[in-house]
Design a protein around this ligand. Sequence first.
Ligand SMILES: Nc1nc2c(ncn2[C@@H]2O[C@H](COP(=O)(O)OP(=O)(O)OP(=O)(O)O)[C@@H](O)[C@H]2O)c(=O)[nH]1
Ligand SMILES: [Mg+2]
Length: 298
Amino acid sequence: MNAAIADLHRCGHVAIVGRPSVGKSTLVNRLVGQKLSITSSKPQTTRYRILGILTEAGRQFVFVDTPGFQTLHRSRLNERMNRTVVDSLSGVDVAVLVIDGGRLTQADRDVVALLPSGMPVVVAVNKIDALADKKALLPVIAEIAALREFAAIVPISAEKGTQVEALKEEIGKFLPEAPAMYGADELTDRDERFLAAEFVREKIFRLLGDEVPYATAVGIDRFEHDGPLRRIFASVYVGKPSQRAMLLGAGGERMKSIGAKARRDLEVLFGGPVYLEIWVRVKKGWVDDEAALRRLGL
Ligand SMILES: Nc1nc2c(ncn2[C@@H]2O[C@H](COP(=O)(O)OP(=O)(O)OP(=O)(O)O)[C@@H](O)[C@H]2O)c(=O)[nH]1
Ligand SMILES: [Mg+2]
């Protein structure tokens, strides 16, 4: 064996982009092998760029999960999220465009138009497990292939893990020769406070109807370590008292369930016990309040 080739180490940034709800965050979690990025059936679950790091022998993938790019609803929050997508594309070595194998929409074409022309792009045609007839994929693949040059088009199921290894190999071809950027035990660039706030937000996206999750932001007021125990005090901000009432539910039952589910996930992620206390606070108009968005890291 040629020693020089054997020693060659690859490392690069991989942006995961696509319209809302196509399964970008589910894919990042699957690729990394750990739940880091929150997911739900509601569009625009991801608001913040988050890295998922996968270290293997001889190579390191730095996946960049991004918010779903969308042009339908205008607010300061949405403008910031779209800017995050565009910014995430600069400086990456390869992009993965995630589409839903069920259908291609104008929103998918809008995302393709954002991709810099020289950038290698691998398409992940996701959710193939949900297709009764796999032949339905063919016209979707033909349509996407006509939009620009792609390095590869791989049908996958991020949820079931189908063909995710094959997708990873296609992506791996574009990792440049470089030393590892992160330690072998690092999974993400985000700290435990961020992950705690996000896991609370995920449960709100999963347990509430269509309006409240979009009117909600989560901040961590205090995060204490006490031996193996993590004590976390979080605030959930909503725009109106009626939204607060919906979050709490009758007798506070809904918020209790949100807290219990978030705590269980955090205990798995952190590998230790978690005490989680959540306060719901009304903060009028925060989605259009620049200063509030900045304080929340948006
Ligand atoms: N059937 C099926 N559902 C999937 C698959 N991948 C993701 N989903 C579901 O699709 C929904 C959206 O998944 P997310 O990973 O949150 O999608 P996203 O693209 O990150 O969405 P945003 O962050 O809102 O842009 C969730 O309900 C997932 O469970 C898949 O391979 N098959
Ligand atoms: Mg997401």
